[in-house]
Write a protein that binds this ligand. Structure first.
Ligand code: C2E
Ligand code: CA
Ligand code: CA
Ligand code: CA
Length: 278
């Protein structure tokens, strides 16, 4: 066994071996993250482009681990999806987000909803709709105050189940938004097939829209498309007042980005809302 181990080891470059070790460590730590209370949600406001009312807040996962430190979602969400850990984690996100919105309402912070990101792995899970229904019921929030963000590639990956699950979610009364719109490799056919409420323009287009005429044209086209179809449209990654003004002049409905606020813990968001007179 010892000799075989040495032989096998020769096939790996040290750098690759290191990556494998890192990935294993991350996976190992992630297995306990939920029960260890290492996961939390940060919330980023979305504001109305015409005035400055807060339409909703997006729940974004944060993971602080004793060994690995702060691990960004881009690093651990893919691992959570591959290992299936996204099922319990994603279920917790929905429950937590609904409970938090209800807690805010009890504190008098009302008039806005909460959105959660849904992984394709969750969408293929039979218990999803029942879980969403019970989270809404248990928290007492209005169904339309919950919005589910899905990605274009997600819709295409799971077309058969996605049809049913999304229709059932829609039936509960929750809102459906397409995230990262414009970056997927799908056709526009699903806009007809699924009852979507909202498009979120991917931040890559927003980032360069003032310097790159192509990006500006794409943003314009998405806003026009959304409105033609009777959908709301959100721009994300709005970092400057210039971008915000341009987007408002294009009749984009909602804006989200560092220009207004970064994602923050619930307590900090409460302060942010109160100083804005919400
Ligand atoms: P996303 O859903 O597209 O979320 C927006 C990301 O852009 C967030 O990154 C947010 O912090 C960041 N952002 C917001 N405003 C700005 C801005 O003005 N400039 C720039 N440069 N970035 C901005 P974050 O929190 O690191 O999340 C990354 C991705 O991880 C999310 O992208 C989403 O796909 C995924 N994710 C986060 N939480 C969850 C979750 O609970 N479930 C699932 N399935 N995925 C999640
Ligand atoms: Ca999102
Ligand atoms: Ca996005
Ligand atoms: Ca994204």
């Amino acid at each position: 066994a010892k000799g075989a181990g040495r032989d096998a080891a020769r096939f790996y470059e040290p750098a690759i071996e290191q990556l494998v070790q890192q990935r294993l460590l991350l996976e190992q730590q992630l297995r306990h993250a939920l029960q260890a209370g290492e996961l939390s949600l940060h919330y980023q406001p979305r504001v109305r482009a015409d005035g400055h009312g807060v339409v909703g807040v997006e729940a974004l996962l944060r993971w602080h681990n004793a060994v690995l430190g702060e691990v960004p979602p881009a690093a651990f969400i893919p691992v959570a999806e591959e290992t299936g850990l996204i099922r319990p984690i994603g279920a917790w996100v929905i429950e937590q987000a609904c409970a938090q919105l209800a807690a805010w309402a009890r504190q008098g912070l009302t008039g806005f909803g909460v959105s959660v990101n849904l992984s394709s792995v969750q969408l293929s899970e039979p218990g999803l709709v029942e879980h969403v229904r019970s989270c809404i019921a248990a928290s007492g929030i209005a169904a339309h105050a919950l919005e589910i963000e899905i990605t274009e590639s997600l819709l295409m990956d799971n077309a058969p189940q996605a049809d049913q699950q999304l229709a059932a979610l829609k039936g509960l009364g929750v809102g459906l938004a397409i995230d990262d719109f414009g970056t997927g490799y799908s056709s526009l056919a699903y806009l007809k097939r699924f009852s979507i409420d909202k498009l979120k323009i991917d931040q890559s287009f927003v980032r360069d829209m003032l310097t790159d005429p192509t990006d500006l044209a794409i943003v314009r086209a998405i806003v026009a498309l959304a409105h033609t179809l009777g959908l709301q449209v959100v721009a994300e990654g709005v970092e400057t007042g210039h971008q915000a003004a341009q987007l408002a002049s294009m009749a984009c409905d909602e804006l989200q980005g560092y220009c207004f606020a970064r994602p923050m813990p619930a307590v900090q968001l409460e302060r942010w809302l109160r100083t804005r007179g919400a």
